[in-house]
Design a protein around this ligand. Structure first.
Ligand code: GDP
Length: 138
Protein backbone atom coordinates (compact mmCIF):
# COMPACT_ATOMS: atom_id res chain seq x y z
CA UNK A 1 0.00 0.00 0.00
CA UNK A 2 1.14 3.54 -0.69
CA UNK A 3 -0.30 7.00 -0.22
CA UNK A 4 -0.89 10.12 -2.23
CA UNK A 5 -2.07 13.62 -1.37
CA UNK A 6 -5.22 15.04 -2.99
CA UNK A 7 -6.95 18.41 -3.01
CA UNK A 8 -10.52 18.96 -4.17
CA UNK A 9 -10.04 22.51 -5.45
CA UNK A 10 -12.27 25.59 -4.93
CA UNK A 11 -14.04 25.18 -8.29
CA UNK A 12 -15.20 21.77 -7.04
CA UNK A 13 -16.27 22.77 -3.52
CA UNK A 14 -18.04 25.86 -4.92
CA UNK A 15 -20.18 23.63 -7.15
CA UNK A 16 -20.92 21.12 -4.35
CA UNK A 17 -18.99 18.32 -6.08
CA UNK A 18 -17.15 16.85 -3.07
CA UNK A 19 -19.36 13.75 -2.92
CA UNK A 20 -19.41 13.15 -6.66
CA UNK A 21 -15.61 13.38 -6.90
CA UNK A 22 -15.15 11.18 -3.84
CA UNK A 23 -17.39 8.58 -5.51
CA UNK A 24 -15.08 8.48 -8.55
CA UNK A 25 -12.04 8.19 -6.25
CA UNK A 26 -13.57 5.33 -4.25
CA UNK A 27 -14.91 3.48 -7.28
CA UNK A 28 -11.37 3.50 -8.68
CA UNK A 29 -10.20 1.57 -5.60
CA UNK A 30 -8.50 4.41 -3.73
CA UNK A 31 -9.36 4.63 -0.01
CA UNK A 32 -9.83 8.07 1.58
CA UNK A 33 -7.84 7.55 4.80
CA UNK A 34 -7.82 11.22 5.88
CA UNK A 35 -9.89 14.20 4.83
CA UNK A 36 -10.67 17.74 5.97
CA UNK A 37 -12.14 20.93 4.56
CA UNK A 38 -9.91 23.99 4.99
CA UNK A 39 -9.50 27.46 3.56
CA UNK A 40 -5.93 27.94 2.34
CA UNK A 41 -4.15 31.15 3.25
CA UNK A 42 -2.17 32.94 0.54
CA UNK A 43 1.06 31.90 2.31
CA UNK A 44 -0.04 28.23 2.35
CA UNK A 45 -0.99 28.26 -1.35
CA UNK A 46 2.25 30.02 -2.33
CA UNK A 47 4.30 27.49 -0.36
CA UNK A 48 2.35 24.53 -1.75
CA UNK A 49 2.82 25.66 -5.38
CA UNK A 50 6.33 27.11 -4.82
CA UNK A 51 7.67 25.06 -7.74
CA UNK A 52 5.50 27.17 -10.09
CA UNK A 53 6.60 30.56 -8.62
CA UNK A 54 8.17 31.80 -11.87
CA UNK A 55 5.30 30.68 -14.11
CA UNK A 56 3.01 33.36 -15.62
CA UNK A 57 -0.10 31.76 -14.12
CA UNK A 58 1.26 31.64 -10.53
CA UNK A 59 -0.71 34.66 -9.25
CA UNK A 60 -3.91 33.39 -10.84
CA UNK A 61 -3.34 29.90 -9.42
CA UNK A 62 -2.79 31.19 -5.87
CA UNK A 63 -5.85 33.44 -6.23
CA UNK A 64 -8.00 30.53 -7.35
CA UNK A 65 -6.74 28.16 -4.64
CA UNK A 66 -7.54 30.66 -1.88
CA UNK A 67 -10.89 31.88 -3.23
CA UNK A 68 -13.04 29.21 -1.57
CA UNK A 69 -12.47 26.27 0.78
CA UNK A 70 -10.70 23.14 -0.43
CA UNK A 71 -10.89 19.53 0.76
CA UNK A 72 -7.48 18.02 1.48
CA UNK A 73 -7.19 14.24 1.51
CA UNK A 74 -4.80 11.33 1.89
CA UNK A 75 -5.59 8.47 -0.49
CA UNK A 76 -4.29 4.92 -0.12
CA UNK A 77 -3.94 2.14 -2.70
CA UNK A 78 -1.33 0.00 -4.42
CA UNK A 79 0.68 2.52 -6.46
CA UNK A 80 -1.50 5.36 -5.17
CA UNK A 81 0.41 8.19 -6.93
CA UNK A 82 0.16 6.90 -10.54
CA UNK A 83 -3.28 5.44 -9.89
CA UNK A 84 -4.73 8.78 -8.75
CA UNK A 85 -2.98 10.66 -11.60
CA UNK A 86 -4.81 8.31 -13.97
CA UNK A 87 -8.15 8.87 -12.22
CA UNK A 88 -7.60 12.68 -12.28
CA UNK A 89 -6.85 12.90 -16.01
CA UNK A 90 -4.66 15.39 -17.88
CA UNK A 91 -4.01 18.86 -16.41
CA UNK A 92 -5.92 20.43 -19.32
CA UNK A 93 -9.44 18.97 -19.21
CA UNK A 94 -9.70 19.20 -23.00
CA UNK A 95 -6.98 16.56 -23.15
CA UNK A 96 -8.32 14.40 -20.31
CA UNK A 97 -9.58 10.88 -21.03
CA UNK A 98 -13.27 9.99 -20.77
CA UNK A 99 -14.35 9.07 -17.25
CA UNK A 100 -11.55 10.95 -15.50
CA UNK A 101 -12.37 13.51 -12.81
CA UNK A 102 -11.06 16.40 -14.90
CA UNK A 103 -12.98 15.29 -18.00
CA UNK A 104 -16.15 14.94 -15.92
CA UNK A 105 -15.90 18.09 -13.81
CA UNK A 106 -13.05 20.52 -14.62
CA UNK A 107 -13.86 23.98 -15.99
CA UNK A 108 -10.46 24.91 -17.45
CA UNK A 109 -6.72 24.24 -17.10
CA UNK A 110 -6.66 26.59 -14.09
CA UNK A 111 -9.91 25.45 -12.50
CA UNK A 112 -9.30 21.74 -12.96
CA UNK A 113 -11.07 20.45 -9.82
CA UNK A 114 -8.32 18.30 -8.28
CA UNK A 115 -4.65 18.13 -7.33
CA UNK A 116 -2.71 14.90 -6.91
CA UNK A 117 0.94 14.39 -6.00
CA UNK A 118 3.33 13.62 -8.86
CA UNK A 119 5.77 11.37 -6.94
CA UNK A 120 5.97 9.36 -3.71
CA UNK A 121 8.52 11.86 -2.41
CA UNK A 122 6.24 14.85 -3.04
CA UNK A 123 3.26 12.93 -1.65
CA UNK A 124 5.07 12.55 1.69
CA UNK A 125 6.01 16.25 1.73
CA UNK A 126 2.49 17.39 0.82
CA UNK A 127 0.75 15.06 3.30
CA UNK A 128 2.96 16.41 6.10
CA UNK A 129 1.92 19.99 5.22
CA UNK A 130 -1.69 19.22 6.18
CA UNK A 131 -1.92 16.07 8.34
CA UNK A 132 -0.27 14.59 11.41
CA UNK A 133 0.26 10.80 11.49
CA UNK A 134 -2.54 10.50 14.06
CA UNK A 135 -5.05 12.05 11.65
CA UNK A 136 -4.45 9.38 8.99
CA UNK A 137 -6.46 6.26 9.73
CA UNK A 138 -5.97 3.52 7.17
P1 GDP B 1 -1.00 18.91 -12.33
O1 GDP B 1 0.07 18.15 -11.63
O2 GDP B 1 -1.74 18.09 -13.36
O3 GDP B 1 -1.97 19.58 -11.37
O4 GDP B 1 -0.31 20.07 -13.18
P2 GDP B 1 0.95 21.04 -12.89
O5 GDP B 1 1.73 20.58 -11.71
O6 GDP B 1 1.65 21.22 -14.19
O7 GDP B 1 0.27 22.45 -12.55
C1 GDP B 1 -0.27 22.70 -11.28
C2 GDP B 1 -1.56 23.46 -11.41
O8 GDP B 1 -1.31 24.74 -11.97
C3 GDP B 1 -2.57 22.82 -12.38
O9 GDP B 1 -3.35 21.81 -11.81
C4 GDP B 1 -3.41 24.03 -12.76
O10 GDP B 1 -4.40 24.30 -11.77
C5 GDP B 1 -2.40 25.14 -12.77
N1 GDP B 1 -1.93 25.39 -14.15
C6 GDP B 1 -1.03 24.66 -14.86
N2 GDP B 1 -0.84 25.19 -16.08
C7 GDP B 1 -1.64 26.30 -16.14
C8 GDP B 1 -1.90 27.29 -17.13
O11 GDP B 1 -1.35 27.27 -18.23
N3 GDP B 1 -2.80 28.26 -16.79
C9 GDP B 1 -3.42 28.31 -15.57
N4 GDP B 1 -4.28 29.30 -15.29
N5 GDP B 1 -3.19 27.40 -14.62
C10 GDP B 1 -2.34 26.41 -14.89
Amino acid sequence: MSRTFSILKPDATRRNLTGKINAVIEEAGLRIVAQKRVKLSTAQAEAFYGVHKERPFFGELVGQMTAEPVVVQVLEADDAVPKYREVMGATNPEQADEGTIRKLFALSIGENSVHGSDSDENAAIEIAQFFTDAEIVG
